[in-house]
Design a binder for this molecule. Structure first.
Ligand code: NAG
Ligand code: NAG
Ligand code: NAG
Length: 839
């Protein structure tokens, strides 16, 4: 068998590592300006010659061979003639002279490599290598290459917590070469270059070897390039200790000056070394960051809520990792804004549960890098699901924005290469513009924020989306917690209360009504006069029967109230309200007492039905939730009558009620239904005038007035999650008959994404995107209409069932997520048909 070499593959003859001791100027691996005394230093010289050896091989003719020993001796002799060498180039030059003088004609191509092993304490060797060719009888240097071989430097590198604590060794080899000999003139003195490279690597804090290698390449280019010489850099960076059973983890990258535009090259400023290199900000000034959250595993809503709570205790999470540093200000992070949650259907994968996606704005004094570590830690803690050891992650948390920081470790020529992003740290998040399931939640919070790298607002990015998702692929979701908490649900971290699991969730869309159903809310009034004989036992029995009947008729949630909000309703003390509400909640949750209607018993267990408590009192809300209610329904939107206190200067508003209501909703992750109404009690005052412009004055009034309250409840420290807020336009409250009708038939506009106000006060509708609860059942405006015109008649509330039906269909048509009704048996049919018509 014969091996055929490709035509033109030259034969090669080498002299390998010829040992020499030469008088080199101190540190004079490459040129130096400083005149100093020469020092004898070891140098290894290799010469590779391309020479056709066929003649010699066939004849074994000594004449057609190059005499290696003669050549080696010749080199030694020639080099010893010079008293001093100021650089390796000088050495190379001398050898080349010899070849030109003695060997022109014998071969036409050679490569000379000079290795200086003792050049620097910090690396294995400095190497210079020259390739020369004989072109038209003239020797011509076709490539000059310099190498810093095996630079060892400890640095912080890696994303694992232990890798952030202490420096580990890295090995870096840098080759840079050019076909242009002027490249040599640009070189700084070799030992100094090695030292600055060492310093830069030592002080860097990269997460990945790729980023470190890229940084080294960029540094080399900025040192060597003056913008006119084309040259290449190859960086080989490795972490010998990264993988226990492997010699090292290694990356090799190849860059040219074109990868780094001129403006990013000029002197490697300190900031360039590591813009992320600070533990907590020195000034303590808070930074705004935007985080995206996603989960498609297990109790997705619970995972996201758990992640948000964990994010707010960075000290506890990171000190576990030994993160605390002396003298540093305490680590802080506050969630100040949240998005809606979206259920995003995986478009091509059908056997996976859909993703729940959301986002939040945080205020923090953590550096981006520390924030990243916190985020990883949160993912890890939330993912500690014992049964799924190596499964997909329970929650994903990504940093989307960090103020207007732009940080990208990818080479500039590949900035659009999204496949290159996995091991790079990129802020803003590289895929924001193409990922609608991240963009939409961010849009909920900061539509006008300008993406610092793309110079477009979040809204523009959303509008520029090439193929926006169909609405039904991304419905908003409102999760209800399973309450009461079972005693076994405890938190690993004492400073955050246990996160309830999810009992049920509703989906909706404000853009299309076609893809979600209307949820029926039954009302359970527990005032004593609501039931036949007023005795407590009978009250409980009839209440249970009502709940059972409602659930079997199709009620999705039962609203329990002990204090009527009707105008002129008698005052009820806190104690009485508690006494009326709590026993009912307990009875429903325990399924006791059994009702007499045997046929429904057990068929539709009422123990698990969703409950809301209709109250404006924090005491009642807290007790009801502790007893098992899943949701707060407050007609005063957390500004109940107790918020207004008499003082010498008249009435003053206190934020105590709001704060307590918020804290309760936060602690138990309960949805809150916030209704539009005016004033402290709504009693006997004409609140029905709306001084807003246009025919939609009432709608505008609701947006502005309820919107203001909702913004206060959702944003800032301790805010209620946006996805837990359901708004109620308050039909029948502080509105005229015409105002009620207008509100009902235009309800969709209340939560539309529109600009409101005029001139300077213009802003986006603060209620955009929220789901709506609409209550029209038996209301007096229906009675007023029935009492007018043809066939006019007075009606009691219970005689307004048909009127209610007509109004309910309109609420469904307007896109309400839920309608609050009394006669569930009848209204469930009405809603079903209305859903069939409009959903
Ligand atoms: C990179 O450098 C290491 C030693 O630092 C060496 O073992 C490895 O072969 C080099 N890889 C390449 C592709 O040059
Ligand atoms: C969300 O919070 C940010 C930061 O506090 C604020 O600028 C923005 O207006 C808030 N967005 C909404 C919709 O309230
Ligand atoms: C960003 O875009 C705006 C217009 O959309 C333009 O006026 C401005 O100059 C741009 N800024 C940068 C830094 O490109």
């Amino acid at each position: 068998m014969s091996i055929t070499l490709p035509q033109g593959t030259p034969d090669v003859v080498r002299i390998n590592a010829l040992q020499l001791i030469l008088p080199l100027l101190s540190g004079a691996q490459w040129p130096t300006d400083e005149p100093n005394e020469p020092v004898l230093q070891p140098v290894e010289l290799s010469l590779e010659i391309q020479h056709d050896t066929r003649a010699a091989a066939s004849s074994d003719d000594i004449e057609s061979c190059i005499d290696y020993s003669k050549l080696a001796r010749g080199i030694q002799k020639k080099l010893s003639a010079e008293p001093v060498y100021d650089s390796l180039d000088h050495v190379a030059d001398t050898v080349c002279q010899l070849i030109v003088e003695k060997y022109t004609g014998a071969f036409e191509h050679f490569q000379l490599t000079i290795v200086q092993p003792k050049a620097s304490l910090l690396c294995e060797a400095l190497v210079a290598s020259y390739t020369s060719e004989l072109v038209h009888g003239q020797w011509h240097v076709s490539e000059v290459k310099h190498t810093i071989r095996g630079l060892r430097c400890p640095t912080i590198i890696g994303i694992h917590p232990h890798e952030r604590e202490a420096r580990q060794e890295t090995r870096v080899t840098v080759d840079f070469w050019s076909r242009d000999v002027r490249h040599v003139a640009n070189l700084p003195e070799g030992r100094g270059l090695v030292r600055s490279l060492y310093e830069a690597i030592y002080h860097s804090q990269y997460l990945t070897l790729e980023a470190l290698a890229s940084y080294v390449a960029k540094l080399m280019i900025s040192v060597v390039s003056d913008g006119t010489i084309a040259f290449d850099v190859k960086v080989n960076a490795s972490k010998p200790h990264a993988i226990p059973l492997a010699a090292s983890a290694e990356v090799v990258i190849h860059r040219t000056p074109g990868d780094f535009p001129a403006d990013t090259l000029s002197p490697p400023a300190e900031e360039e070394t590591s813009p992320l290199d600070f533990h907590v900000t020195k000034t303590g000034v808070n930074h705004i960051a935007v985080l995206a959250l996603g989960s498609n595993l297990g109790d997705r809503f619970r995972h996201i809520e758990y992640a948000l709570r964990l994010l707010e205790i960075p000290r506890e999470l990171l000190e576990e990792e030994g993160e605390h540093r002396e003298g540093a200000s305490p680590m802080q992070l506050t969630v100040v804004n949240t998005s809606f949650l979206y259920e995003t259907k995986a478009m091509y994968v059908t056997d996976q549960p859909a993703f729940i996606n959301g986002a939040c704005v945080v205020e923090t004094n953590l550096s981006p890098l520390t924030l990243l570590r916190l985020v990883k830690k949160v993912e890890e803690v939330v993912g500690r699901v014992p049964s799924i050891r190596h499964g997909p992650r329970a929650v994903d948390v990504d940093i989307i924005f960090y103020g207007s920081l732009v940080y990208d470790t990818r080479p500039s020529a590949r900035k659009n290469d999204l496949n290159l992003y996995e091991n790079q740290l990129i802020i803003p998040h590289a895929r924001l513009a193409e990922r609608e399931f991240v963009l939409r939640p961010v849009l909920d919070m900061i539509p006008d924020f300008i993406h610092p790298a793309l110079n477009k607002t979040v809204r523009q990015l959303a509008e520029n989306m090439e193929a926006p998702m169909e609405d039904w692929l991304m419905l908003r979701a409102v999760p209800f917690p399973k309450l009461p908490l079972s005693p076994s649900e405890v938190s690993l971290y004492p400073s955050i209360p246990p996160v309830p699991s999810t009992a049920a969730y509703w989906t909706y869309s404000t853009e299309t009504r076609k893809c979600f159903k209307t949820h029926v809310m039954a009302t359970l009034n527990t005032t004593p006069d609501s039931f036949s004989d007023g005795s407590k036992h009978n009250n409980l029995l009839s209440a249970m029967e009502y709940v059972r009947d409602s659930v079997s008729a199709g009620a999705d949630i039962v609203d329990i109230g002990g204090y009527s909000t009707r105008p002129n309703a008698p005052f009820v003390s806190v104690e009485d309200e508690l006494e009326r509400v709590i026993p009912f909640v307990k009875a429903i949750r325990s399924g006791q007492p059994q009702t007499t209607s045997e046929e429904t018993t057990g068929a539709n267990p009422v123990e698990n039905v969703l409950l809301s408590v209709d109250t404006f009192r924090p005491e009642v809300a807290e007790a009801a939730i502790a007893a098992g209610v899943n949701c707060i329904n407050d007609v005063y939107a957390f500004m109940g009558p107790d918020s207004y206190q008499e003082s010498d200067e008249g009435k003053v508003v206190s934020s105590v009620v709001t704060a307590r209501m918020k804290a309760t909703a936060r602690k138990y992750s309960t949805p809150v239904m916030l209704m539009h109404s005016r004033g402290d009690a709504g009693q006997n005052k004409d609140y029905s005038m709306y001084n807003y412009a246009g025919e939609d004055a009432v709608i505008e009034g609701i947006r502005v007035e309820l919107g203001g309250k909702v913004e206060k409840i959702v944003t800032g420290k301790g805010g209620v999650r946006r996805w837990l807020v359901i708004v109620d336009p308050g039909i029948g409250f502080s509105k005229t008959v015409q105002g009620n009708l207008h509100t009902l038939k235009n309800a969709a506009k209340v939560t539309a994404d529109v600009v409101i106000g005029h001139g300077e006060t213009q802003k986006r509708n603060p209620l955009r995107g929220y789901s709506q609860l609409i209550g029209v059942s038996r209301k007096s405006f229906l009675g007023k209409i029935l009492a007018e015109g043809e066939n006019a008649r007075e009606t009691t509330p219970t005689e307004r069932t048909w009127a209610t039906a007509a109004a309910v269909t309109c609420a469904v048509q307007q896109g309400a997520v839920s309608v609050r009704v009394h006669d569930v048996k009848k209204m469930a049919d009405v809603v079903k048909i209305a859903d069939a018509l409009w959903r």
